[in-house]
Design a protein around this ligand. Structure first.
Ligand code: ADP
Length: 326
């Protein structure tokens, strides 16, 4: 966390605790004073009682009863106030922390996007300048063109993710529900992925003729984000397994890698917007924390579910379940 944010969070936390303790102490003092007052009234009323009066014992009972009622009333009201104050305090505490976390993640996002936008442009520019300046042989030329193409594709995915996430969020994107052959769509994405990463082994098991009603562009983005992550977060020599199957109206899509896996306590959080595991200083991979957020949004918009399991023997397995007829 940057020092400035840390300092602000510390100040806010101190002010919060001081205020909360003051409010609780004031409430305690209020309860104490009222109980004390109640006792004093009780003693005074008792002192003016005439012991020789005929209804002395009835009056005495009434005074005791009034004292008891007073105690119950003040303790009851005090506990209700205390409960409300604690609930309010918990709510404020959680909102403030969430706000700080979001602010921090947004800062990281801006830093990451700036870097992710600049790098492919710089690489593409350098490659094109090299091609322009030198008369390279065909093999070198092809390699440079291939590298440039990869960088522009990376840029394209990044920009798509940013645009789609803001459109999906603002409901500006109209989901089209067309009849699709999901098996063909998945094969298509795997083919494109293979062209982008020729050295990477992908083991697909794709059931034929799995049909779905959905948005082709979004479903492709879903799968390519999952494959991109499997590629990014697992060693280059380890294969990625992909499965598409349908059984009694439920479609299951799985992408499994043999990377470091995702700890149980992070399995939900990685689907949050801008969320990335680890901290900015130690993280080696580039990214924006938008990919899985978009995946979840796409799956939800198609009426499905997405979750993570541990892959065996190692890595993570992303599970998507969709309805064959949405
Ligand atoms: P990005 O990859 O741009 O950081 P994502 O939303 O795609 O954003 O992923 C969020 C985080 O989840 C990543 O930063 C990474 O820490 C973790 N993650 C995603 N996919 C995998 C995976 N296949 N293996 C291990 N960790 C992963």
């Amino acid at each position: 966390m940057p020092n400035d944010s840390k300092r602000k969070l510390r100040v806010v936390t101190i002010v919060y605790w001081v205020l909360l303790l003051y409010i609780i102490a004031a409430l305690g003092w209020w309860a104490f004073s009222l109980l004390h007052q109640n006792n004093e009234i009780h003693d005074l009323r008792k002192a003016v009682l005439n012991p020789s009066a005929a209804d002395y014992s009835t009056q005495q009972n009434n005074i005791e009863e009034a004292r008891r009622r007073g105690i119950y009333k003040f303790l009851g009201e005090g506990s209700a106030f205390l409960l409300l104050i604690l609930l309010g305090a918990l709510f404020v505490y959680r909102s403030v922390r969430r706000q700080f976390r979001l602010q921090l993640q947004q800062q990281n996002f801006v830093m990451a996007v700036t870097h992710e936008l600049k790098t492919p442009i710089a690489v593409a520019r350098l490659n094109l300048e090299t091609l322009q300046k030198y008369n390279l042989d065909e093999e070198k030329r092809n390699k440079l063109v291939q590298m440039t193409l990869q960088e522009t594709l990376r840029l394209d995915t990044l920009i798509n993710n940013i645009l789609i996430s803001s459109q999906l969020e603002g409901n500006a994107y109209r989901l089209s529900k067309e009849e699709l052959d999901l098996s063909d769509l998945v094969k298509d994405v795997v083919k494109n992925f293979g062209a982008r990463y020729p050295g990477r082994q992908v083991h697909p098991t794709i059931q034929e003729d799995v049909d779905i009603q959905g948005d082709a562009m979004l479903l492709k983005l879903l799968l390519s984000n999952l494959l991109e992550n499997a590629n990014k977060y697992s060693p280059k020599e380890k294969p990625i397994a992909l499965t598409l199957a349908e059984s009694s109206g439920t479609i299951t899509l799985e992408v499994a890698d043999q990377g470091p896996g995702i700890p149980d306590e992070e399995k939900k959080a990685v689907f949050e917007k801008f969320y990335r595991i680890g901290n900015e200083e130690t993280r080696k991979t580039q990214g924006t924390g938008l990919g899985l957020y978009i995946c979840k949004k796409i799956v939800k918009d198609h009426g499905g579910e997405i979750w993570i399991r541990d892959n065996q023997p190692a890595g993570s397995k992303f599970m998507v379940q969709l309805n064959a007829q949405v």
